[in-house]
Ligand binder design. Structure first.
Ligand code: NDP
Length: 466
């Protein structure tokens, strides 16, 4: 039987981190690849996520750096901050990165299509810009997600999401942020660092659910000390616009907060609406995410899905990894399942969080006995700056094997440290290997190899003497 001929070997829907990587790599292998993107190549990470966020984080750190400089003999003159200039410079950088993404795709031989593309059948894709239907042997869905708009809340239309936060015409004087996850916490620190009166409202008992409790607690305390207001066990009930254009954020507790902007950061939803999944036999779960097997294959045989749209782990490097596994599996005859074990991650708060592996609570549930090594100290830089801010480092060790199963850092550059600790924990290094490693001196990170005796042990969830 002759093989049916398709317009393309692979059609990728979505030009974000995952889609671009899969398209580039497949095209470089000689496959006939098209990639459709309805907005801008680069996706959430480059256009309205990780990259612009990090640039805003850098901008917001200068206010403390100017203050810290005084203890080192510097007199910093009068300061002013130009939001419009920051946003324009940030936009230039995003334009530059987007053009690199395009160039790399073109260089690999992929065809770039500036259109929304939806599924029309198991091998058919409709391009909405031209209303043309094209065919592909395989389809990869990598359409990502978007902020949850909290549509049920009265006044949700007055609120912004992280998308709009990157393009505000003016820096607000005050902001109320709803949520206690990555985006809420990072933006609270960014806005505060830029001089905005900031209130974070979170429904749970402590911000950053899922992170190690010490990290959550230390960051909460540090944010409050800086002047960020945090209202836990509360949420928004309604947002009302006042005649002067500002907003009243009405809380469940009955309190009302005035703000120039209300930012919702309550998680993200997969972009599967009107994607035509039903026409192609691609099943969705109850949250609207595409159901995939261990190899990222959907319920349709020739359709795979990667990245945030699958509702697995919503992180850029994970989407890229899934793309690599897809190409290995489909085009290189090396069936490869994405590996989600021990993913290091950072929260770009001030100070930062860098973390990998099991939290103390998780390890206590998992193992008979756990050793906790913990150091809390004032980083050397703050001896002269006078800033009253702590750094915390913590290793979680399975007592029986001596393997370090979790590493958690709260302090400057914790995100950078998480990358290296990620290798150690992924490689299942033992605490003895940490102890045998020479310290880098003087550095905050030397604490990681000089915590010789456990701070305490856990049997079950009970603390026993060290
Ligand atoms: P998260 O899932 O991290 O956090 C969502 C927050 O919103 C949680 O605190 C959650 O509370 C709260 N929430 C959810 N629903 C409601 C509701 N109906 N009312 C009130 N609060 C609610 O999502 P984000 O939006 O912060 O970020 C999305 C994803 O993007 C992250 O999961 C992460 O994977 C990725 N990201 C990664 C970054 C990084 O690597 N540095 C930076 C930014 C984003 P609860 O805890 O009680 O469920």
């Amino acid at each position: 039987m002759t093989k049916p001929s398709y317009d393309y070997d692979l059609f990728v829907i979505g030009g974000g981190s995952g889609g671009v990587r899969a398209a580039r790599r497949s095209a470089a292998l000689g496959k006939r690849v098209a990639i459709a993107e309805e907005f801008r190549f680069g996706g959430t990470c480059v256009i309205r996520g990780c990259v612009p966020k990090k640039l805003l984080v850098y901008a917001s750190q200068f206010s403390e750096s100017f203050e810290d400089a005084a203890g080192y003999g510097w007199s910093v003159g009068s300061r002013s901050f130009d939001w419009a200039k920051l946003i324009a410079n940030k936009d230039n950088e995003i334009d530059r990165l987007e053009s690199i993404y395009r160039r790399n795709l073109e260089g690999a031989g992929a065809e770039l299509l500036a259109t929304r593309a939806v599924l029309e059948g198991p091998h058919e894709i409709r391009l909405l810009a031209t209303d043309k239907v094209v065919t592909a042997e395989r389809i990869l869905i990598a359409v990502g997600g978007r902020p949850n708009p909290f549509a049920d809340m009265p006044g949700a239309e007055h609120c912004i999401s992280s998308n709009e936060a990157f393009h505000l015409k003016r820096l607000p004087r005050s902001v109320v942020i709803l949520g206690g996850g990555y985006i809420a916490v990072e933006f609270a620190n960014v806005f505060h660092g830029l001089g905005v009166e900031t209130t974070l409202v979170y429904r749970g008992r402590e911000i950053l659910q899922g992170f190690d409790d010490d990290l959550r607690h230390e960051l909460h305390q540090a944010m409050v000390k800086k002047g960020i207001r945090i209202r836990c066990e509360d949420t928004l009930r309604e947002v009302v616009q006042k005649p002067d254009g500002r907003f009243e954020a009405h809380l469940k507790s009955g309190d009302c907060l005035d703000a120039d902007e209300v930012l919702l950061a309550i998680g993200r939803k997969p972009n599967t609406e009107d994607l035509g999944c039903e026409k192609a036999g691609v099943e969705l779960d109850s949250r609207g995410a595409i159901v995939v097997d261990e190899y990222s294959k959907t319920t349709a045989d020739h359709i795979h899905a990667i990245g945030d749209v699958t509702g697995r782990v919503a992180l850029t490097p994970v989407a890229i990894h899934e793309a690599m596994c897809f190409v290995d599996t489909i085009y290189l005859d090396r069936p490869t399942k994405p590996d989600f074990d021990m993913i290091p991650t950072a929260v770009f708060s001030q100070p930062e969080i860098g973390t990998v592996g099991m939290t103390e609570a998780h390890a206590a549930r998992e193992f008979d006995e756990v050793e906790i090594y913990k150091a809390t100290f004032r980083p050397m830089k703050h001896t002269l700056s006078g800033r009253d801010e702590k750094t915390m480092m913590k290793l979680v060790v399975e007592a029986a094997s001596g393997v370090v199963v979790g590493a958690h850092v709260f302090g400057p550059d914790a995100g950078e440290l998480a990358q290296v600790l990620g290798i150690c924990v992924k490689a299942k290094l033992t605490k003895a290997a940490f102890d045998a490693t020479m310290a880098v001196h003087p550095a905050a990170a030397e604490e990681l190899v000089t915590m010789y005796t456990p701070s305490y042990r856990l049997k079950g969830s009970e603390r026993v003497a060290a």
